[in-house]
Design a protein around this ligand. Sequence first.
Ligand code: AMP
Length: 211
Amino acid sequence: MRLLLVGPPGAGKGTQAQFLAAHYSIPHISTGDIFRANLKAGTDLGNQAKAFMDRGELVPDSVTNDMVKDRLTHDDVANGFLLDGYPRNVAQADVLRAFLAENKTPLQAALELSIAPEEIIKRLSSRRTCRACGASSAAGATNCSSCNGADLYQREDDKEEVIARRLEVYKEQTSPIIAFYQNEGILLTIPALGTVAQITDQAITALSKLA
Ligand code: AMP
C-alpha cells in the first residue's frame, strides 16, 4: 500500500498514521517527525528547519523534497509507505509524482481527514507531545497514550500564536493538494470525527474499496 494522509494540523494524521502503518505493515514517514528528530540531534538539517518550524512556516521545498526522496530509497519501503505531512504544497506533490513515476510505484491513495476549523484550534492548543516517542496525547494526560512515557511537553508550534499561522499556511498552500489528488482520481475523504479506533476503521474500509 502506497498512500499519504492530508488534512489540517490537528486532524489526527500522526495518530491515524501509526495505526494504519501497523495495519498495512508499512513505514510511517512523517516529515514533521524527521525534522523534529534532526532538531533534537542538532544536525544541519535540523538547524536549517528550525526557524521555519518555530514560525509555523513550511521548510523550503529544496530541503524537504531531497529529504523525502532520500527516505523513499530505504529498503523498508518495498511493501509501500504512508506519508504523513508531505506533500504540503502543489510543487511538492509534483516532485513526489515524478519521483514515484520514475520508480514505477505510483501512489494508490491520498486519504483526507476532514475536520471543522473550530475543532482544530481546540485540539492543537491542548495537545501534548511525548518527548520519547513523539505521539500526541490530550491535555491533562500525565503519561503518553502510546508508550506510557511520562515526559509530555507542548510543541513550540502548538502555542496559540503559531497555530494561527499554521492554519493559514494549510489553507493557502496545502489545501490545493486536495484538488490535485482529486484530479488524479485517488482522493478518499473521511471525517476525522469519533474515536481514534472509529476513524481508523473508516479509513481501512475506504482503502479496502481501492481498485
Ligand atoms: P507537522 O508535525 O507535520 O505538523 O510538521 C511540523 C512542521 O515541520 C511544519 O509546521 C513545517 O514547519 C515543517 N514541515 C513538516 N512537513 C513539511 C513539508 N512537507 N514541507 C515543509 N515543511 C514541513
